[in-house]
Write a protein that binds this ligand. Structure first.
Ligand SMILES: [Zn+2]
Length: 383
């Protein structure tokens, strides 16, 4: 059997509000207003009845809401139930991890979930229609760039309508595409990828490469910039705008670096004929909140972001992506399994107490990922 995997990608479109008439705008604002009220009511219900599933929420509240909002297209009530279940579930999770001290979540109403009954998309002319009250549709023009063209051949999924603080409106659409991946043979070549603060290190037992991201430096620079703004700019509105602008710039810069790194890694995989990319499974750290390795890593949202970019690009190119339990990969010798200690001779180097191996800590992490990949995915299957 040929393995087929589905990849998901979100396209974000800014909606061109220039030529939109007043009636359409007020219809859309009304949608946001009612949807917000409905979701908050559903949260209230979920909270007081300890309900976290979409099905129970829908069963309990759908009819009543239908009657109270008779002109609102009924699918908004479906998506509001789904949305609420998702909000409430992640709230409970955060609460359990002690990351939230609110009693219950409050939905600010800047996002509306749309299923395929609530919006239509014309990718030939980049136009969208959103279902509004009374069975009508609001026709909207989407601002688009060349990079949106790749979505034209992909399968349309669900979407979100987003209202930003500055009044601009976005349509974020999920697209799906099936990709055929080659079968994994026991002798398939593998590249492991490890991410640290200032570099992305990748390779296998034959080679190790470093892609300098200088991410830590960039982040520190933006952090200082933001702090200066916070202390010097008095006007609240201006301060918020400036902070938003720099946050956006930082995100954009880091994303560009990630894209270049992903491209380089995939290029290398093709060059050497590797078909599998191995990365750390960061979810493991989440279950293990006490872990020392976790500190400072899980909070680096960039890491998971880079993984998503690389995973998507890799799958598009027909490469497999595997996530491996990374615990202790920086503490154990990839050759003999002995314990590693920091080298006294060289910075960032580790030394094995048993066999004497001395190597850069990033290279060790990469080698350990490779070793673990073979232990978990290959050896386990060969009798
Ligand atoms: Zn050793």
């Amino acid at each position: 059997m040929i393995p087929v995997e589905e990849i998901k990608l979100t396209a974000n479109f800014k909606i061109d509000l220039v030529d939109v008439d007043e009636t359409t705008i007020s219809e859309i604002y009304r949608l946001f207003e009612e949807y917000r009220r409905i979701v908050n009511e559903l949260i209230e219900y979920a909270h007081s009845h300890r309900v976290t599933s979409f099905i129970s929420l829908h069963r309990a509240k759908y009819r009543e809401l239908r009657q109270r909002y008779p002109t609102l297209p009924s699918h908004y009530i479906d998506t509001a139930c789904r949305h609420t279940a998702s909000i409430y579930k992640s709230f409970i999770k955060m609460k359990k991890m002690g990351m939230c001290d609110k009693e219950k979540p409050i939905f600010k109403g800047q996002t509306i979930w749309l299923d395929n009954h609530l919006f239509k998309l014309d990718t030939e002319n980049w136009r969208a229609s959103i279902a509004v009250h009374g069975g009508k549709w609001a026709a909207l023009r989407l601002l688009h760039g060349k990079y949106h063209d790749k979505f034209k051949d992909m399968k349309l999924g669900e979407a979100q309508l987003v209202l930003k603080d500055d009044g601009s409106l976005y349509l974020n659409v999920v697209f799906r595409q099936a990709v055929v991946l080659p079968e994994i043979s026991a002798d398939a070549k593998v590249i492991a990828v490890d991410v640290n603060e200032n570099a992305i290190v990748y390779g296998n037992d034959d080679f190790i490469e470093r892609f300098e991201t200088d991410e830590g430096i960039i982040r520190t620079r933006y952090f200082l910039k933001r702090r200066r703004i916070q202390s010097r700019i008095r006007g609240r509105g201006l301060r918020a705008r400036l902070l938003g602008k720099y946050r956006g710039r930082e995100r954009h810069r880091v994303r560009e670096i990630y894209r270049r790194a992903a491209k380089e890694i995939i290029g290398k995989a093709r060059e050497i004929g590797a078909t599998i990319i191995v990365m750390e499974d960061l979810e493991v750290y989440k279950e293990d909140l006490g872990s020392r390795e976790l500190n400072g890593r899980i909070h680096r949202w960039g890491y998971r972001r880079f993984q998503r970019i690389l995973e998507y690009q890799a799958r598009l190119c027909g490469l497999h992506v595997k996530y491996i339990d990374p615990r202790n990969t920086s503490r154990i010798c990839p050759v003999c399994g002995g314990e590693l200690e920091e080298s006294s001779n060289r910075r960032r180097f580790m030394k094995c107490q048993k066999c004497g191996l001395e190597e850069d800590r990033d290279a060790i992490a990469v080698r350990n990922l490779i070793r673990r990949y073979y232990e978990e995915c290959v050896d386990a299957k060969t009798p």
